[in-house]
Write a protein that binds this ligand. Structure first.
Ligand code: HEM
Length: 271
């Protein structure tokens, strides 16, 4: 991706040329999803969680994603390959029904590209706007601290899947009745002074835990993969383009207006 950027730019849109393709390619290869289908699945993933779209459009995008995965699962059943979905079909095909396989494939494809791509784009934007952290982000030996603090600081997943209380309980002094729904705001938790002292300050040397990948039994399954991608991608791009800079005034950077995932529409860069 960096080679292509170098040949075709500057300028380049960092979202389309780097942040989105890398996690998309990785998850496609792992799952056995054709990368050539990326335009349609990326578009549907954005629409599903876009708060500016009406609910009918969002549900249609979700139904489209499940239909797409149903076709893929049927193809894997007919001719299983060595990637994850094909392997699941071959080794456990009689124990897992299609509905479950479709759910697994859909969640992994979505989780695998949406979140990490937003981290790569927003993380690069943060580093370019705060150049005192670039040296540490460029160095593979110190990038881990930057990655963990970016995860906390940016909290790209804005809220978890809603939970339903199975019994009456008191949580942090709040009375919650059986059957009530709870929605956890990860950015609020990650910026809560009770958990992270001086939370507004970006400090890559912190040792405090964060909730960017959730907590408990539903802790992000892809956390190790996302961490590896970020630990490789930030040093790679900052090495290749030591003079990387944003090609528009900061106030013109195009953020997603309303989504479950905090992210950028595009990020024009030059070098
Ligand atoms: C920086 C990137 C990522 C972030 C910030 C992130 C964040 C999260 C969060 C907050 C949850 C918990 C949601 C909840 O409790 O309601 C979660 C769950 C999950 N994530 Fe990620 N994720 C990332 C990357 C990935 C990747 C790369 C994959 C797939 C390879 C993935 C797959 C999943 C799955 C399958 C779950 C559901 C786990 C379960 O319910 O048991 N995520 N993620």
């Amino acid at each position: 991706m960096l080679d292509v950027m170098e040949v075709t730019g500057p300028p380049a849109d960092l979202v389309q040329s780097f942040a989105l393709p890398i996690p998309s390619m990785v998850i496609c290869e792992l799952l056995g999803v054709p990368y050539s289908d990326r335009a349609e699945f990326q578009e549907r993933s954005i629409t599903r969680f876009d708060g500016t779209c009406d609910m009918r459009t969002r549900l249609a995008a979700q139904a489209g994603s499940l239909k797409y995965m149903a076709r893929l699962v049927a193809a894997k059943r007919a001719d299983p390959d060595d990637a994850l979905l094909g392997t699941l079909v071959r080794d456990y095909g009689s124990e897992i029904d299609d509905r479950e396989l479709i759910g697994i494939g859909d969640l992994l494809l979505l989780g695998g590209h949406e979140t990490t791509s937003n981290m790569l784009a927003l993380g690069t934007l943060f580093l370019l706007e705060n150049p005192e952290h670039i040296a540490a982000a460029r160095d593979p030996y110190s990038v881990d601290g930057i990655v963990e603090e970016l995860l906390r600081y940016l909290s790209v997943v804005q809220s978890g899947v809603p939970r339903v209380a199975r019994e009456n309980l008191i949580l942090a002094g709040q009375e919650i009745k059986r059957g009530e729904r709870l929605l956890c705001s990860f950015p609020s938790a990650n910026h809560d002074e009770a958990l992270t002292p001086d939370a507004a300050h970006f400090d890559p040397t912190r040792k405090t835990a964060h909730l960017a990948f959730g907590h408990g039994i539903h802790y992000c399954l892809g956390a190790p993969l996302a961490r590896i991608e970020m630990r490789m991608a930030y040093p790679a791009i900052l090495h290749r383009f030591p003079d990387l800079r944003i090609a528009v005034p900061s106030s013109d950077v195009d953020f997603r207006p309303s989504s479950v995932f905090y992210g950028l529409q595009k990020l024009p860069v030059e070098w």
